[in-house]
Design a protein around this ligand. Sequence first.
Ligand SMILES: *Cc1c(COP(=O)(O)O)cnc(C)c1O
Length: 370
Amino acid sequence: MDENVIGQRFTYYRGRVAMAELLKAAGVRKGDEVAIQAFTCVAVPEAVLSIGACPVYIDIERDGYNMASASLAGRLTDRIKAVVVQHTFGLPADLTALGSVAGQAGIPVIEDCCHTYHSRVGGALVGQNCFGAFSSVEWGKPIAAGIGGVAWSGHAEVREKLAVSLTHFTPPATARGLKLWLQLLAHRVLYRPSWYWPVRRAFKLLARLGAAEGNYNAMAEVAVAPDFHWKMVGHVERRVTRMMRELADITAHADAVAERYRTGIRGLRAVHPSPLPGTRAVYVRYPLRVANKPALLAAARKANVELGDWYSTPIHPLGPRDWATVAYQAGSCPEAEKRCGEVVTLPTHRATRMRDVDRAITLFNQDPIH
Ligand SMILES: *Cc1c(COP(=O)(O)O)cnc(C)c1O
């Protein structure tokens, strides 16, 4: 995301806010529906619900991680006013097929680029040939600048709408900015693969106590979180600007790490991701499908190897009891539900050293795993 990748950017308190603003710019109104994929995080339906619209969940590709064009075609109705296409883990979605299905129905495509800036489809960068795109600069993303969201668009009239709407936004309270700053400092010092498990536990505890800013708002039936009226915090904004200049390095590191996982982890143990022909993936996490996810996670924790479990539910981290709050129906997206039971992800972020990569490879290749 050097300046040329995004062009003019619009910045918000979180990625979901950027998404909600793009939906509004696309003319999505109260009572409309928005197609999103299952196998996502709750922030995505939260953005849809924040403007009074309703999410419609589209299943993912067989053995894949992204929206299936056939499922989209099968679910389209004239109530659906926009499609949000997510490039999960940095694997490019089938933009050609999805764009053609949406295009035939006259529905705008918004790209969720939270996991990648440099992935490509047919030589073109993701997030460029659509109504508009958004990203998040939260902890687990390619540009980890704290908490924040960015929207951009290649269309002047969309940029104009975003610019007008942004004038109504206010900065969050100073205390919140300070909390984010302290959290970022802690993240810089503590986030390394070999400390992943204890740090993760501490963070979850602090977030529950309110001392740290968590990633997920409680989903209430009526209330819209105040986040949806806030701009990006000033110091986060400055860090985003700085880190955007480092994006080429961030991508090169992720590429090198992913390539080492790809050649090092034996295929019998885990199924590697396979980008669609003609696409290039830049991974924010390297996903693998495994036969015994709980055992592997337990082994990783024991060996102090960073291993992600997300998405562990189709609307991460909501369990079945909460699915109704985001209008997800159990069993409606079987591939997404299946993937949740299979996927584990390895880090590619800059704190990942080659010795961390090799420890992860050893864990996967050890005999037996469980
Ligand atoms: C992180 C993320 C979001 C939301 O970003 P926030 O900044 O947490 O609101 C949306 N979509 C995907 C795929 C994400 O990973």
